[in-house]
Design a protein around this ligand. Structure first.
Ligand SMILES: CC(C)(COP(=O)(O)OP(=O)(O)OC[C@H]1O[C@@H](n2cnc3c(N)ncnc32)[C@H](O)[C@@H]1OP(=O)(O)O)[C@@H](O)C(=O)NCCC(=O)NCCS
Length: 177
């Protein structure tokens, strides 16, 4: 299903994204702050595997971010399991030429509110982790109502071997007492 924000549309990944996804995603500046499962460089085979994997899911967890009918990036959920049930992680990225236009903020706000309001996952908490050097993403989270909860010191090693603090941000369906 499609979810409309003010600036972006979130829609299911589809087969014809294989053609454009590598061009949007394959930039070291995009991969730099992403977890190491995000391919870099991003090949056509990576795009095929990503879209095939998504088409098998019975609950939609990942959306393509579309702007003016163009693929601009991705946003997705990782629901917590077992004792973390109800605590859902959210992650997002945009191709570099789409940065600086408020698009990630719109995508994050739109999906967060959709998930809290209508999704059958119905989490009580949504959260994200950010490298401390990723100031733009921390700002995006704050603007979307996420609150800085913790800094895990020296928690992340990047693709070049440099160690970073990890910032944890969260937003709640209802404020915890
Ligand atoms: C992080 C990312 C998603 C931001 O996307 P974006 O659409 O450019 O973000 P927005 O335009 O919605 O907002 C960026 C905000 O950060 C601010 N910002 C940008 N660069 C900044 C910097 N170096 N330091 C501080 N703030 C910065 C902008 O001014 C803006 O704040 P404002 O809304 O108060 O004006 C995008 O840069 C990206 O995809 N990066 C690579 C992947 C990534 O890091 N994903 C997130 C992993 S946690």
């Amino acid at each position: 299903m499609e979810i409309r924000g003010e600036l972006v549309t979130l829609r299911p990944w589809r087969l014809d994204d294989v053609r454009v996804l590598p061009g949007v995603a394959s930039d070291p500046d995009v991969a730099r702050f992403m977890n190491h499962r995000f391919p870099s460089p991003y090949t056509r085979e990576d795009a095929q595997a990503w879209i095939a994997g998504n088409s098998l899911a019975n609950v939609q967890l990942h959306w393509a971010i579309e702007v003016d009918a163009e693929l601009a990036g991705g946003i997705g959920l990782t629901p917590g399991m077992l004792e973390h049930a109800g605590s859902t992680m959210i992650g997002y990225w945009l191709g570099k030429r789409f940065w600086g236009r408020g698009l990630a903020g719109d995508a994050l706000r739109t999906l967060t509110e959709h998930v809290f309001a209508t999704d059958r996952l119905r989490p009580r908490r949504m959260w994200a982790n950010v490298m401390s050097t990723n100031a733009a993403s921390a700002r995006v989270l704050e603007r979307a109502g996420y609150v800085h909860e913790a800094t895990l010191r020296h928690s992340i090693v990047d693709r070049h071997g440099a160690v970073h603090d990890e910032l944890i941000y969260a937003r709640f369906a209802a404020a915890p007492a």
